[in-house]
Design a binder for this molecule. Structure first.
Ligand code: SAM
Length: 236
């Protein structure tokens, strides 16, 4: 089980975020572009799964005077963020909280125009995700946008060889190590995901739950099992 509370796990995760996930730089760039194009000065962005501040570092460089509230359960991860974000320390606050208990999350009173989450919500169960999407909907201002960039479940054993072909292709193109890490066959893949403590939901289930929460939602980009979703809260 990946333990983000552990300092050494935090340090080693922070050192290499790409070799097992070569889509991350491009998909992160897409997520930040969406924020950059719509952000209104004075509004706040909420990050669920602040981690070591890697995403914030890019946002602060690209969007002047942006304000962020970051939530994470791990002190060890957030401690690595503070030196990284020293130059932007007036532009963010952190809240330590376990997102599996999101209903009890106390946030600063702000106008949340964007809420995003990167590689974090796959730690929540289906019922915790339902609660999380309801909470996110209630926290966003009318017209606000929720962006999710995350691992989704590989659900079809009959298509596992297709996923493997594309992971091997990624490894050839990007020099990454995805194929081996995901498992030699479907049962091994499921065991790896389970042992790591991940419980990703399928793409269709995400869309169903987002719609149930009240959002207009779509998957904007998909690279095998890494998806970028956008969900808009209606204006009325
Ligand atoms: C893979 S890291 C991603 C960090 C950051 N979003 C990024 O992409 O750079 C996952 C983060 O989710 C946090 N996390 C996992 N489960 C959580 C939970 N139940 N509540 C709050 N944070 C959680 C971990 O502490 C860790 O910082």
């Amino acid at each position: 089980m990946q333990n983000f509370q552990d300092k050494n796990t935090a340090i080693s995760w922070d050192k290499d975020t790409v070799s097992a996930n070569p889509s991350r730089p491009e998909q992160l760039d897409m997520l930040i572009t969406l924020i950059e194009d719509g952000y209104q000065p004075g509004k706040t962005i909420l990050d669920l799964g602040f981690g070591t501040g890697l995403v914030e570092e890019q946002i602060f460089r690209r969007i002047p005077a942006v304000q962020i509230v970051g939530v994470d359960a791990s002190q060890a991860m957030m401690e690595l963020a503070h030196p990284r974000l020293e130059a932007f320390k007036d532009q963010y606050v952190t809240v330590q909280h376990d997102l599996s208990q999101i209903a009890g999350l106390q946030l600063p009173e702000r106008n949340y125009q964007f809420i995003f989450s990167v590689q974090t919500l796959h730690h929540l169960t289906d019922s915790q995700m339902q609660t999380a999407y309801g909470f996110i909907f209630s926290m966003l201002e009318a017209g606000g946008l929720f962006l999710l960039l995350d691992r989704i479940a590989v659900e079809k054993a009959a298509l596992y060889d297709c996923y493997q072909s594309l992971w091997r292709r990624q490894d050839r193109v990007y020099g990454s190590q995805v194929a081996q890490g995901e498992g030699a066959n479907f049962p091994e893949h499921q065991e790896i995901v389970r042992t790591r403590g991940d419980i990703p939901m399928g793409l269709e289930r995400h869309l169903e739950l987002l719609k149930q929460a009240g959002f207009e939602a779509a998957c904007l980009h998909l690279q095998t099992n890494r998806a970028l979703f956008a969900a808009r809260k209606p204006t009325e």
